[in-house]
Design a protein around this ligand. Structure first.
Ligand code: F6P
Length: 371
């Protein structure tokens, strides 16, 4: 097998708390094991534009608790479909620039790359590896699962999720007191793409009265009835945690913008405002909404994410040192393990409607808008 001397590391896709903790873990252990480490800037864009720099122990010291990523990230740099210009009508012109990535990989003598990313990034890595085989570039990848959305297939949890849940929970706790003071309905829209993990966990942790997730399409009549029922029982305010991907039964998701240069062009958003307006006009209860947005992705990771990120980084290096390639680090039933990278490409792990947490929430009277 090809000897392992130098590895690259990149962080791709939307950032999340804990990326620096993974970079530190991977780079420190690799350096201690005698490997050279190269940081690739801005995800796959750094390969396309050949922006790579050696990482020393000093470069990765003191970053464990910091948010963001010292390497930068990009979520619009798929080498196989890269926007290289614009058509006269303003639409992007795409080209396959994978050869540029392979040239950078050869120039920096990278034997393997640790890709810290989500399902889209794993798909890109897979494509690049297949292209490398055709072009005779002996390149290996291992993946580390990252996303606040917690929606990666094959792992029970991704780092970044715990921090996002903690931020969303604090926000829901805070609107709770102001909702009570003003006897209002407060709607908090959280991230999560097509998965309801953040809304479900933060909703339960904050004791939200109503939780709306993409996996359980809701009826606006049920939501309004739940608010009115609460009012009749003496609770004059309600707190709603809603996923950005939630939608009414038979209706569509709310799309905030479309970015044609991104591998995942849809950006969700708008359900919080819609819901708040509907509730106010249908029930007469005053309502306000908050869109938490990128607050959930920024800042220092909670301890659980730092621990998970450190374990994931360690496992990634162990995989490479043990000659295992094209694997995605995973946590299954509390144990660190790994699965073929191809298994998670283009797949999402959604909330199972039979999830015991949903049952526990229903048990304490939380509504999901489907009752
Ligand atoms: O996947 C992470 C995530 O934060 C999603 O929850 C959200 O839908 C999306 O990224 C937002 O993307 P952007 O940073 O491009 O606005």
């Amino acid at each position: 097998m090809h000897p392992l001397n130098r590895i690259g590391i990149l962080t791709a896709g939307g950032d999340c708390p804990g990326l620096n903790a993974v970079i530190r873990s991977v780079a420190k252990e690799a350096i201690i094991q005698g490997l050279g480490v190269v940081g690739i800037e801005d995800g796959f864009l750094g390969l396309i534009e050949n922006r790579c720099r050696p990482l020393s122990r000093r470069d990765v010291s003191g970053i464990l608790a910091s948010g963001g990523t010292i390497l930068g990230s990009s979520n619009r740099s798929n080498p196989a479909r890269f926007a290289v210009g614009k058509n006269p009508d303003g639409s992007p012109v795409f080209a396959d620039v994978s050869d540029r990535c392979l040239a950078a990989i050869r120039e920096h003598r990278l034997d393997a790359i640790v890709v810290v990313g989500g399902d889209g990034s794993m798909t890109v890595a897979q494509q690049l590896w297949e292209r490398g085989i055709r072009d005779g570039t002996d390149l290996h990848f291992v993946g580390v699962p990252k996303t606040i959305d917690n929606d990666l297939h094959g792992t029970d949890i991704t780092f970044g999720f715990a921090t996002a849940v903690s931020i969303a929970t604090e926000a829901l706790d805070r609107v709770h007191t102001t909702a009570a003071s003003h006897q209002r309905v407060m709607v908090v829209e959280v991230m999560g793409r097509n998965a309801g993990w953040i809304a479900l966990h933060a909703g339960v942790a904050s004791g939200s009265d109503i939780i709306l997730i993409p996996e359980i399409p809701f009826s606006i009549d049920s939501v309004c009835k739940a608010i009115e029922d609460r009012g009749r029982m003496g609770a004059k305010f309600s707190v709603i945690a809603v996923s950005e991907g939630a939608r009414p039964a038979g209706g569509e998701r709310f799309v905030a913008r479309v970015d044609p240069t991104s591998p995942d062009p849809i950006r969700l958003g708008g359900i919080g405002k819609h819901l708040s307006e509907q509730i106010e006009s249908r029930t007469g209860h005053e309502s306000r909404y908050v869109v938490l947005g990128h607050v959930q992705r920024g800042g220092t990771p909670v301890a659980a994410d730092r621990v998970l990120a450190t374990q994931f980084g360690h496992h990634a290096i162990r995989l490479l040192l043990n000659g295992k390639r094209h694997r995605l680090v995973a946590l299954q039933n509390g144990r660190l393990t790994d699965i073929p990278m191809s298994e998670c490409a283009n797949r999402q792990r959604l909330v199972d409607t039979a999830d015991p947490l949903i049952a526990a929430a229903r048990g304490v009277g939380t509504m999901f808008g489907d009752e």
